[in-house]
Ligand binder design. Structure first.
Ligand SMILES: NC(=O)c1ccc[n+]([C@@H]2O[C@H](COP(=O)([O-])OP(=O)(O)OC[C@H]3O[C@@H](n4cnc5c(N)ncnc54)[C@H](O)[C@@H]3O)[C@@H](O)[C@H]2O)c1
Length: 286
């Protein structure tokens, strides 16, 4: 089955990147957002990202206009009826995602439509069971920023059929040029099951007064040659997302290393979400 018509639900950090790469690959893209204001914010994210491409000389102005012309914005699910693949990228919250999957299941009229989630940590089976087509549901976990990062984790639930898995893998590698790794349907999949306990350890280190945020990150960038430290990376991902992923991992495995530290909980309650809110472990307001 060929995939040409894409739906993206949520046009935040990740959804905007997913819509951009799909439109760059020549797909017809419809983006869902909850309100006009959210549509405008999402549209601005995509336009700014493409403007950076033009400014750096990597993208022609005419190509940018063609890419933008392939993306439509909506705030109901009816236009998704004819989509080949719908990728959900709303907040990392099981209740919200389940409600989105239920709405999609009602709106999609074609039996061949594949529904994917970009969840970082929620088991795909939980989302698949909110639909009447669990065999067509798969996890497609992209990385941030989507136009730059090549990796995608493909996650099959126990009920995902072979055709759905093969079609999505072909689309990711051949059309979007992504590098695919496959994970069992376990909270956190491969990368976040490794990354998040490391970030939580850095937050506990800061919380206990063991070292400053600057020194923790410098230790990792200079000592391990990572491109950024764990706290800078947490700010980039969004502390609300890190907390949600930690909660899913803890709920799945009940292991202490996944338990969210109180400092992370307090920061999220305070709205200190990292780069997207202007302040997290570091200050981005200036
Ligand atoms: N941030 C990352 O680095 C990263 C990386 C990989 C995967 N993810 C996953 O991608 C998903 C989206 O994360 P994000 O960082 O783009 O979040 P975000 O907060 O930047 O964007 C979420 C968007 O979804 C929209 N939305 C659309 N329909 C919604 C609905 N019914 N209810 C609530 N919101 C709705 C919101 O308006 C918002 O714009 C999450 O599942 C997250 O775990 C995030």
């Amino acid at each position: 089955m060929a995939i040409d018509k894409i739906g993206v639900v949520g046009c935040g950090l990740m959804g905007s990147g997913i819509a951009e790469v799909a439109a760059k690959a020549g797909c017809d893209v419809i983006v869902y957002e909850i309100s006009d204001a959210a549509i405008e914010a999402g549209r601005a994210r995509i336009e700014n990202s493409l403007a950076r491409g033009v400014k750096s000389g990597k993208l022609e102005e005419s190509s940018r206009d063609e890419i933008l012309g392939r993306i439509r914005y909506v705030s109901d699910y009816a236009p998704f009826a004819d989509r080949d693949l719908v990728i959900e990228a709303v907040a990392e919250n099981e209740e919200i995602k389940t409600a989105v999957f239920r709405s999609l299941d009602e709106a999609l009229t074609s039996p061949h439509t594949i529904i994917a989630s970009n969840t970082s940590s929620i088991p795909i089976m939980k989302l698949a069971m909110a639909t009447r087509r669990p065999e067509k549901v798969v996890g497609l976990h992209f990385f941030n920023p989507v136009p730059v990062m090549k990796l995608v984790e493909i996650v099959r639930s126990l009920l995902t059929d072979d055709e759905t898995a093969a079609t999505t893998e072909r689309f990711m590698t051949e059309r979007l040029g992504k590098k695919v790794v496959k994970s069992q349907d376990r909270a956190g999949f491969i990368v976040n099951a490794l990354l998040v306990p490391y970030q939580l350890a850095a937050i506990r280190m800061l919380e206990s007064g063991f070292a400053t945020a600057e020194d923790i990150d410098t230790g990792v960038t200079e000592g391990l040659a990572h491109p950024m430290g764990p706290l800078t990376l947490a700010d980039l991902i969004g502390l609300d997302t890190i907390l949600a992923v930690a909660e899913s991992l803890y709920a799945e495995f009940k292991e202490q290393l996944y338990a969210p530290p109180p400092l992370l909980c307090r920061m999220v309650e305070a709205g200190l979400l990292g780069r997207k809110s202007g302040r997290g472990f570091f200050d981005y307001s200036k």
